[in-house]
Design a protein around this ligand. Structure first.
Ligand code: G4P
Length: 294
């Protein structure tokens, strides 16, 4: 199944980003820690190859700690400055200022050599929809400068925000892929709410997710629903059991798959299933991801 999702405003956002990139020294890319690969825009690496790159692993509170740590180490090795944050928490966000200053040292040095004493750096925040860019900027700047919204793909006008005497921040709309080259990316983005819920049938999405949970996080199923997956038990059978436990049954006695799917998805998105990551560090290759259950 190929997902085609490239609304008109994404093309506009991408054009604007290309225009704004030359104005910035530092790129602060916000990603969702639960799926660092799927929630990055691979095109940015090419577009911003001369920039100082900071990768903010947001929603760290929802992701598997061990996997997040390994992912951060991996991206650090690839030349990124990385930091795990919960954008809703001002204390965690405050560390970003320090990181921008630290990351900008080579730039300051270069400027000094050219006789420029100003240490002003211009940074740009970007990321795909719903990763928490607006929440981050609000917490970072300390007032409600950027509008948050729960609709994937909501765009905002760009604006410069002066953080302190050394850093200016440009808030830009999120951009995403023109096409989803791997199936698993579409599923992951749908699970984290970065593409609209009506793009994929929710029952298919949650069936995929349950297969993944049975394989990697069976304890989460036990702890949340009191159901212990049996050896080799099919995801559908577990879905049925959850439906019975949570009274997601239609009048005639059939399982209400839409309701039970919504319930499981809400539990995942809100963190009630515990800290769950959708990707493994080091398993992302062009040949396909072995996690793909579809
Ligand atoms: P965007 O600009 O990248 O599109 O994302 P935005 O800031 O609008 O955030 C999307 C949703 O993610 C918001 O929830 C926001 O509260 C939540 N969020 C952002 N950062 C974090 C984080 O570090 N941890 C957790 N758990 N959630 C985070 P929402 O339900 O859409 O809105 P709201 O009800 O929270 O206002």
């Amino acid at each position: 199944m190929k997902i085609q999702w490239y609304p008109g405003h994404m093309a506009k956002a991408k054009r604007k980003m290309k225009e704004d990139l030359p104005l910035c020294d530092v790129i602060v890319e916000v990603i969702d820690s639960r799926c660092p690969n799927s929630s990055r825009n691979p095109e940015i690496d090419q577009l911003a190859k001369d920039k100082i790159r900071i990768l903010l692993f947001n929603k760290l509170d929802l992701a598997d700690d061990e996997r997040s740590k390994l992912f951060m180490e991996d991206f650090h090795r690839r030349g990124f400055f990385t930091l795990g944050i919960d954008a809703r928490n001002r204390a965690s966000v405050k560390r970003v200022s320090k990181l921008i200053q630290e990351a900008s040292q080579p730039l300051y040095e270069k400027n000094r050599k050219k006789g420029i004493s100003s240490q002003m750096v211009r940074a740009m925040v970007l990321g795909i929809p719903n990763v928490g860019k607006s929440t981050f900027i609000n917490a970072f700047v300390g007032r409600s400068t950027a509008k948050t919204g729960n609709k994937p793909g909501v765009t905002r006008g760009n604006q410069w925000i002066k953080l302190d005497k050394n850093v200016q921040l440009l808030d830009t709309p999120g951009i995403t892929w023109p096409k989803f080259e791997r199936e698993i990316v579409g599923y992951n983005l749908a699970l984290i709410g970065s593409i609209n819920d009506d793009i994929l049938p929710i029952e298919d999405l949650v069936f995929y997710f349950l297969k993944y949970l049975v394989r990697y996080y069976p304890k989460a199923i036990l702890e949340r629903y009191g159901i212990e997956p049996e050896e080799g038990e099919a995801a559908l059978s577990i879905m049925d059991k959850i439906a019975v436990k949570r009274a997601c049954i239609k009048k005639g006695g059939d399982v209400d798959y839409t309701r039970v799917s919504r319930l499981i998805l809400d539990d995942f998105r809100s963190g009630r299933l515990g800290k769950i990551s959708l990707e493994h560090p080091g398993k992302w290759s062009d040949e396909g991801d072995e996690d793909s259950a579809v």
